[in-house]
Structures are given as structure tokens and as C-alpha cells.
Design a protein around this ligand. Structure first.
Ligand code: OFO
Length: 166
């Protein structure tokens, strides 16, 4: 059964995954308004994935006898300076999420909650992939160069390509 400490952390993760979804939605919208079509597509899709992550936690909590709590709505930023800034924020956010997941893993281990420990392994792998995708996208800015509209167009195409692979 689920201990109070792990349950509390899992509910905090519901909150964080839900916030991830909102962030990605906001990023997607900004990219769309700027004409970054491929980046917007990737980010809209990712907003959906984050909602699925939130639901995975949500359903797990109740499945093991806890009480899942719907996330509070928290404000998200709407305006960004550049396409690069968006993906820097993506990476920063994913690093934060990875840390939070690692903390729950650690707590499960200490509480000998091996069921939740195992449940979290999928997220450990997912976070590694998401960070890698964000880093690969940021590399494209350095390699292609973003000082011209052509460069930015190519970066946008590359984001679409990387997103389709990831
Ligand atoms: Fe839920 O994986 Fe990103 O945040």
C-alpha cells in the first residue's frame, strides 16, 4: 500500500506534469504566432504527452489505494524572446522534472515501496529521452545558426525532424 510521504510526492508530480502540459501549450502557441510551424506542431503534440504523463501518475495513485488530486491551475508565461529561448526553457523545465522524479525514486527506495519504484522506471527512461531531444534541438541552433530568417527556417524544419524521431 501507498505510504503518506510517497503519495504526497506523487500528487506533487501530478501538479508538475500538468504544469508541463500547460508550458508546452504556451510554447506551442507562441511558436505558431511567430510562424514556426514545425516547432509549434512538436510542442502541441508534447503538451498532449505531458497530459498523458499526468494521468499515468493520477491513475496509479488511485490504483494503489491513494487519492489522486487534480492539479491546481498555475500561471504560465506567454511571451518569449526567441525560438532558442523556448527550447532553453524546455530543457530547463525537463531537468527540473527529472530531479523531481529522482527524488520520488529515492523516497520509494528508502520506504521500501518497490511497486512505485518500478512504476517510476518508465518515467526515468522518458526523462532521459526528453532531455536528450531538447539538447539535440539546442545543438541545431549552434550548428545551423539563427542570425538569418533562412537559418531560423532551417532550424524549424530540423525541430520537426527531431520531433518526429523522438
Ligand atoms: Fe512528463 O515528461 Fe516532460 O515534463
Amino acid at each position: 500500500s501507498l505510504g503518506a510521504e510517497v503519495e504526497e510526492m506523487l500528487n506533487q508530480q501530478v501538479q508538475l506534469e500538468d504544469q508541463s502540459s500547460q508550458y508546452y501549450l504556451s510554447f506551442a502557441s507562441w511558436c505558431e504566432t511567430q510562424g514556426y510551424v514545425k516547432a509549434a506542431e512538436f510542442l502541441y503534440e508534447h503538451a498532449e504527452e505531458e497530459r498523458q504523463h499526468m494521468l499515468k501518475f493520477f491513475k496509479y495513485i488511485n490504483a494503489v489505494g491513494g487519492h489522486a488530486k487534480a492539479a491546481e491551475i498555475t500561471p504560465v508565461p506567454y511571451d518569449f524572446e526567441s525560438l532558442r529561448q523556448v527550447f532553453e526553457m524546455v530543457l530547463e523545465h525537463e531537468i527540473k522534472v527529472t530531479k523531481a522524479i529522482n527524488e520520488i525514486v529515492d523516497c520509494c527506495f528508502q520506504n521500501k515501496d518497490f511497486s512505485t519504484f518500478q512504476f517510476l522506471q518508465w518515467f526515468v527512461a522518458e526523462q532521459r529521452e526528453e532531455e536528450e531531444t531538447a539538447r539535440t534541438i539546442l545543438d541545431a541552433f549552434d550548428i545551423i545558426g539563427e542570425d538569418s530568417p533562412q537559418g531560423l527556417w532551417m532550424i524549424d524544419q530540423e525541430i520537426g525532424r527531431i520531433g518526429a524521431e523522438g
